[in-house]
Every structure is written in structure tokens, then in C-alpha cells.
Design a protein around this ligand. Sequence first.
Ligand code: NAD
Ligand code: WQD
Length: 342
Amino acid sequence: MARIVVTGGTGYIGSHTVVCLMQQGYDVVIVDNLSNSNTGVLDGIAAITGKRPTFENLDCMDFMSMSRLFSRYTDIEAIIHFAASKAVNESVEKPLMYYRNNISSLVSVLDLMHQFNVNNIVFSSSCTVYGQPDKDHLPVDETAPIKKALSPYGNTKQINEEIILDEAHANPKMKATILRYFNPIGAHPSAMIGELPNGVPQNLLPYLTQTAAGIRPKLRVFGNDYNTPDGSCIRDYIYVMDLARAHVQAVERMLKKKSQEQVEIFNLGTGRGLSVLELISLFEKATGVKVPYEIVARREGDIEQVWADPTKANTVLGWKADTPIEDVLVSAWNWEKRIRNI
Ligand code: NAD
Ligand code: WQD
């Protein structure tokens, strides 16, 4: 079966994708520098799949080591490039770290792909490239305008997409699939792998589950005075396992040469927008656990509402995010309970 290199494969989305790839019979090589993950994830993957994936502790920015990797594995059919720094706040404080890591990692990978004649890449992009879409672009499809990035992190995703388009133009053999994720949440149903935020979580779901677990006294809801039905912000929360499956389908589409396009872009979301207050209420109903919360001021830089029009992914990629939100929230809670021994 085809060999796939997964950079950032011990990370949150990467590890779930590795499980799906292995279960479809792909031969996976994980490349990760463990800057935001640990090797315990490999145990979780092995517990689920019955096999430990090949792991290379490497930094994608380290061109020479990456070059040796490409020399050693001569049969790489595709790269899924997750490796990146992803904390929006941190990117505001350390912009150069974000530009260095997120841009030079991708440039190294593309350069080596060209040199070693590896022609397929799936790239992790984000709905952050749309900023706040205008009302007539909600739900947002792939043709919506790219807005000026609100953070250095967001800007790296926009620049990454441009780099891929430029390289594809220069290298006719290269094929790329750019996946724009909305808000990934949840964990593998086994609770053997899940999201491991560093320090105080910035994202809603890990903060919510940590509050439910009693680690945080209260969830702060950032604003209830937005122009939305209940006043809180609206997002498209997508189950990480559904997201993982999309990567397998994207790889298959490229390997089977189903597309005429050199670069394809897909929004990966459910098509359903949920407010912060709705999500809390759904979590409480699904798990039977109360989440203490308070309404506080808006968080700077937050977008009021964004959710996906996933029609293109549904029809062209043949993929749909179909896990019920209740199951997704239960998976997140089971993961939190397992890592806290609750
Ligand atoms: P994550 O931090 O859990 O995983 C990223 C992995 O990449 C980590 O294991 C980290 O150690 C590794 N890494 C970082 N820099 C590296 C480097 N230079 N060399 C090798 N490994 C490196 O993040 P995630 O949530 O799994 O996100 C994966 C990708 O999806 C990222 O590109 C992120 O920007 C993108 N994305 C994430 C979200 C989200 O909300 N989680 C949304 C949209 C897009
Ligand atoms: C979701 C909603 C908050 C925490 C970020 C990145 C984006 C993408 C996904 C990578 C918002 C509210 C949150 C809390 C709250 N990542 N909230 N209390 O901001 O949509 O997107 O992650 O590409 O680029 O910006 O996700 O989970 O931080 O917030 O009320 O303690 O939850 O205001 O409305 P966001 P989030």
C-alpha cells in the first residue's frame, strides 16, 4: 500500500488522520519535532490500530535532515502537511516564530517534494483565511474573498496557500489539496487519542471540558451582545474524526488521479452554525454534566459568525461531516475524563 508522510502526525488532527490512514492500509511515516505533542500519542495510535506507526523525530525546518528522510523513503506517494504552530495569541506575541516555522517548514517540504519527485500534498489551511465573511457570503464557500488576516498565524495560512499556488504553477507535476478546516473538536471514540492543549486552553471545547472536569472554575463566554440570535458567536464545529476521514479521501482522490485540477481547495465544515451558548447547552444535555459559565466581555479579534458551505467537499470529494454533535461532545468529554482519571 502507498506510503504517506504525515508531518505533525503526533498532533491533534494529525494523530486522528494517521489512525484513519492506517486503518485504510496506508503505510504511514510520521514526522514531528514534538514541539506541541509527545510520543505517548504513538501508544494511543498503536492501541487503536494494533500497529505502531513509523515515527521520525524531525523538524520540518531542518532541510538536511528532511532531505535524508526523502532519500531513505524512496516510495513516498503523498505528504499530508499538518506541522505548524497554531496558537493565535502566541502568534501575535511571537510573529517571527510563526512566520519562520509555518513558512519555512512548508517551503522545505515543497522543495524536497520537487527534488525527489513526490508530487502530491494535502495542506492544512483554515477558515481563518475568510475573516468575517460578508452577510451574502454566509455560509461561506470557497469562492468567498480572502480577507486581511487578523493575526500573524492567519497570515501564515494565507501566505502558505499562495506559496502552494506559485509552486504548482512552476511545477506542472505537482498536485495539491488545500483543506480549510472550520473548528475541529472531539476525540477518537476510544478516548485513546484527543486534543492536548498546552497550559490554559484558548479554544472553546478544551476550556469547556476542563471546566466540566472541575479544573477551571467557570467557562467565560466571550460576549452575548453580538448580532446573532442569542448574542453569542457562531462557529461551525467539526468532528476531528470526520475531518481525519476527509484527508484520506483527499489522498485517494490525488493518487487515483480523479481531478483535472492541479490545486483543489475544500472547506471542511458541517454546514451548521452553533452559538457558544448552544454548544454549552448541547454538551450538558449529551453528557448530563453541568458547565458553570459566566458572560464576560467580547474577546478582541473574535469573528461574530462564520460557518461553512461544504457543498464542494460533499459533491466533489464525496465527503460529509455526519457525526451527530451529541456524539462529538461525548467523545470530547470521555477523552477529558480519561486523561484526568475521572
Ligand atoms: P497540533 O499543534 O496539535 O499539531 C501540530 C503538530 O506539528 C504538533 O505535533 C507539533 O509538534 C508539530 N510541529 C510543529 N512544528 C513542527 C516542525 N517545524 N517540524 C515538525 N513538527 C512540527 O495542531 P493541530 O490542531 O493538530 O493542527 C494541525 C494543522 O491544522 C496545523 O497546520 C494547524 O494550523 C491547522 N489547523 C488547525 C485548526 C485547529 O483548530 N486545531 C484549525 C484550522 C487549521
Ligand atoms: C470559538 C468560540 C469564542 C473560548 C480559532 C482560530 C482559528 C482556527 C480555530 C486554526 C468563539 C468562544 C472561546 C472561551 C468562549 N484555528 N470562546 N470562551 O476563535 O473560532 O478559532 O481556532 O486555524 O484560526 O482563530 O475558536 O475555540 O477559540 O473560539 O466564549 O474560553 O468560542 O469567543 O466565539 P475560534 P475558539
